[in-house]
Design a protein around this ligand. Structure first.
Ligand SMILES: [Zn+2]
Length: 59
């Protein structure tokens, strides 16, 4: 059985995250695209992932 990649907070090494879906608009001259936000439930560190550009499976 293959091991599932576990998302880990780079700051506190926590593994519980609040997952949110968001959108980055053209604030920085980038076309709007869907992003996933993972907010660490321990230290509130926020990680952003673009859809389809990550090693983790979300669905
Ligand atoms: Zn953390």
């Amino acid at each position: 059985m293959p091991e599932k990649q576990q998302l880990e907070c780079p700051l506190c090494h926590g593994t519980t995250f609040k997952r949110e879906q968001g959108k980055i608009d053209s604030k920085w001259g980038i076309t709007a695209h869907k992003v996933y936000l993972f907010i660490c439930e321990i230290c509130r560190f926020i990680m952003y992932f673009s859809k389809g550009r990550t090693i983790w499976d979300f669905d």
